[in-house]
Design a protein around this ligand. Structure first.
Ligand code: BGP
Length: 472
């Protein structure tokens, strides 16, 4: 890989930070997403969290308590040789209700300490401004991104970060997996679908406000510093046709567009023709002003970041099994093995996805999530032999390197997801682990929180040391 390639790891505040009511932090959506059978309905915005049983357990509130362990965790990242670390800022730690005129100093201080700690080890911070995160007060007051008012709240938050961390940060990502809004609207964007509402109208209106907010944030970042690079973020994974039946091929193209829709706007600066036609066909009456269109046009992103866990597959004959995989409905692809959580494993699909994105946008890509969620067992001597994780990562790094070296795709860096074990977004479990670093904690939140190095820790350390040239 190029010599300045950013090898690192990724986490997000909502799944690792904890400290949910420490130092003036306000409540956020993650604080009301429970563990257990009701989780999915809440994440989808179908069940109002006010209606949850009193004794519900909310795993994100404490998570792995990165809030109090960040020094230890960053020291371990440094030991692996990380050149960058992607993490997110908790919006309600900075603006507890989202509406304050002045930010919460204690919140800013916390992230300043995190960034200083990273800089100490020459680890480049990659900051996600909003990772499945909205202050709960904004959900209550405005219905979250259903309301245009959120744009100015978000911009005040961005401006605070861009000014406060001036000179210490270079890479910013405006919204994590922006397309998740279509699948898990409450987790993705704090959106509940109320009775009688037109779901598509609600989702595309919220999407539009997020897209304008993202473009305005890009504009602001560029005004504040020439050095800032702003990216969008896509939950990626190409959609395959199950067969060469033209109907399957057409369906796969349509499914891909449901996700590309967001990046088409963020990278090219305007709504694609197919989306405008769809708005018409579905009779959506969206609040999109001429000024909004100008803002979108003038402020495309600098790079495209993405998560890749698996490819997807569609068939139109309505037969056969389905597969899971990051909540995107998919037909089961008979050529692929699946993880313990039923997510297909497809390294070549990674190369295909990277090429598809680069062909479409011709902007640098940044792989900010990839990895295998698996159950780990700790041996009597404390060791963790996670060879399955090493195998997954090795094959995916090989595919990424082929995309870069053989196909010419420009890739800025690679930050595998959950470099330290954390709470799973879709299931709320601790047992779905991605990390190189094990955290002693179970699904009910019990455990010491002690960190230890897995076999993959040493493997990844060697990968970074040899800049990807040695993957054994
Ligand atoms: C992405 C999210 C992450 C992360 C990851 C793995 O959708 O951006 O927050 O959690 O998927 O998913 P899960 O935790 O459900 O295994």
């Amino acid at each position: 890989m190029r010599s300045d390639f950013l090898w690192g790891g990724a986490t997000a505040a909502n799944q690792c930070e904890g400290g949910w009511n420490a130092d003036g932090r306000g409540s956020a959506i993650v604080d009301v997403i429970p563990h257990g059978e009701k989780r999915l309905a809440v994440m989808k915005g179908e069940l109002d969290y006010h209606e949850l049983p009193k004794d519900s357990f909310y795993p994100g509130r404490e998570a792995i308590d990165f809030y109090h362990h960040y020094k230890e965790d960053i020291a371990l990242f440094a030991e692996m040789g990380f050149r960058c670390y992607r993490f997110s800022i908790s919006w309600s730690r900075i603006f507890p209700t989202g509406k304050e005129e002045v930010p919460n100093e204690a919140g800013l201080r916390f992230y300043e300490s995190v960034i200083d700690e990273l800089n100490k080890y020459h680890i480049e911070p990659i900051i996600t401004i909003c990772h499945f995160d909205v202050p709960l007060a904004l959900v209550e007051k405005y219905g979250s991104w259903k309301n245009r008012e959120l744009i100015s709240c978000y911009l005040r938050y961005c401006e605070t970060l861009f000014r406060h961390f001036y000179g210490k940060v270079r890479y910013w990502i405006t919204f994590n997996e922006i397309n998740m809004l279509m699948h898990l609207p409450f987790m993705g964007a704090g959106i509940r679908i109320e009775e009688g509402e037109n779901e598509l109208q609600v989702k595309y209106q919220a999407a539009h406000y997020e897209l304008v907010a993202s473009a305005l944030a890009t504009k602001l970042a560029h005004q504040i510093s020439d050095d800032y690079r702003v990216g969008c973020m896509l939950a990626a994974g190409s959609v395959y046709p199950y067969s060469c039946r033209p109907e399957d091929v057409w369906e796969s193209m349509k499914k891909d567009r449901e996700s590309y829709f967001f990046i088409d706007v963020q990278a090219r600066g305007e709504y694609p023709a197919y989306a405008k036609k769809m708005f018409e066909k579905e009779n959506l009456a969206l609040d999109i002003t001429a000024e909004d269109e100008k803002v979108l046009k003038e402020n495309p992103v600098d790079f495209i970041s993405l998560s890749y866990y698996n490819s997807r597959c569609v068939r139109t004959d309505q037969e056969g099994e389905s597969a899971s995989g990051n909540v995107f409905a998919s037909a089961k692809n008979p050529y692929l093995e699946c993880s313990q959580w039923g997510w297909p494993i497809d390294p070549l699909g990674f190369r295909i996805t990277l090429n598809a994105l680069y062909d479409r946008y011709q902007k640098p890509l940044f792989v900010v999530e990839n990895g295998l969620g698996a159950v780990d067992s700790v041996e009597e001597n404390g060791e963790i032999h996670d060879d399955y994780r090493i195998d997954y990562l090795r094959s995916h790094i090989q595919a990424m390197m082929a995309a870069a070296d053989e196909d010419g795709v420009e890739i800025l860096g690679y930050t595998p997801w959950g470099c330290v074990d954390l709470i799973s977004a879709t299931t709320g479990e601790m047992s779905k682990r991605y990390g190189f670093i094990y955290v002693e904690k179970d699904n009910e939140g019990r455990g010491s929180g002690k960190r230890s190095r897995k076999k993959s820790f040493y493997w990844y350390q060697n990968v970074i040391q040899h800049n990807g040239e040695n993957l054994t």
